[in-house]
Design a protein around this ligand. Structure first.
Ligand SMILES: [Zn+2]
Length: 311
């Protein structure tokens, strides 16, 4: 069994400008490193398709899907930029990139459920976990992981799916969409306080929010994961696991102050994979979220992929 690697050149066309950390170079850094260490050849390379409006509406209100799609298509047609918030800008390439990012997550879900591959990683951007049901924010437009997780439930007929979010920022958008939906369990760690400032008080019983103080390092984070995530994941018995895979808790990342290293991402992926192997026939779809130091991002993704692919 293999690990699929989904991406698309359109994901590089979303460019919010010089100096913006969520930049096209992130994907080049990942793919260059995977080729350099020979890991790219061990993965099944797949092209991300475009998401449909119907798929996006699994996680977002139809009104929001219609309005944001129209804005992004207008920006693409007019060739101008339009700021949606202080750090989230629609650019001419954004519409194609967001459609590929969500489309990759849905296609990866189908490929894993159909048994074509054991698990999948989506090396796509923009990220998604800050996108709420009705709002684009924090570098995010549509919530790729939530779209895919709802697709697994609503379209593919699964009963229980878990979302694991180890990005350094709280996945407020995912919580907004998932809280109260008892078919879903979300477990996360995030630095607190930090953007977007949410997460300390969970919005539902199906949320396992684990705020981590700044300057925490690997051993402390691993202990919190072990204490807070594992029993809940085991009791929930997910039929599939989705990962919001942000690598900005790395000690070299300048957007936050946590001290994880590559070995911590290896360990975390092993713990998640153990749950998937026990309850979910190994089914995992992992989607890139943050990670802004290009070297640390590339090495951490490789560590994550080595565990997923068993190589
Ligand atoms: Zn982040």
């Amino acid at each position: 069994m293999t690990t699929a690697f989904y991406s698309h050149p359109d994901c590089r066309g979303h460019d919010m400008g010089r100096g913006h950390p969520e930049c096209p170079d992130r994907l080049d850094a990942i793919e260059d490193h995977l080729r350099a260490i020979g890991l790219a050849d061990m993965l099944e390379q797949r092209e991300a398709p475009l998401a449909t409006a119907g798929a996006l509406a699994l996680a977002h209100s139809e009104g929001h899907v219609g309005e944001l799609s129209a804005v992004l298509q207008r920006v693409a047609a007019e060739g101008r930029h339009r700021a949606l918030d202080a750090d989230t800008t629609a650019t001419p390439g954004t519409w194609a990139a967001v459609a590929r990012a969500a489309g990759a997550a849905v296609a990866a879900t189908d490929a894993v459920i159909d048994g074509e591959v054991e698990n999948a990683f989506c090396a796509t951007r923009p990220p998604g976990h800050h996108a709420t049901r009705d709002q684009a924010m924090g570098f995010c437009f549509f919530n790729n992981v939530c779209v895919a997780a709802r697709h697994a439930l609503e379209v593919r007929g699964l009963s229980r799916v878990a979302i694991v979010d180890f990005d350094v920022h709280h996945g407020n958008g995912t919580e907004d969409i998932v809280a109260g939906d008892e078919r879903m369990l979300m477990v996360s760690i995030f630095q607190h306080p930090l953007y977007p400032g949410t997460g300390a008080a969970p919005l539902g019983d199906n949320m396992v929010n684990v705020p981590v103080p700044p300057y925490s390092r690997g051993p402390a984070v691993r202990a919190l994961v072990e204490q807070n995530w594992m029993a809940r994941l085991d009791a929930f018995r997910p039929e599939m696991i989705f990962i919001s895979a942000g690598f900005d808790a790395h000690r070299d990342d300048e957007l936050a102050q946590l001290g994880l290293v590559e070995a911590d991402y290896t360990w975390m992926t092993e713990r998640i994979k153990a749950v998937a192997d026990k309850h979910a026939s190994g089914r995992i779809v992992s989607c890139l979220e943050g990670g802004y130091n290009l070297g640390a991002l590339a090495r951490s993704v490789a560590a994550h992929l080595r565990v997923l692919s068993g190589t």
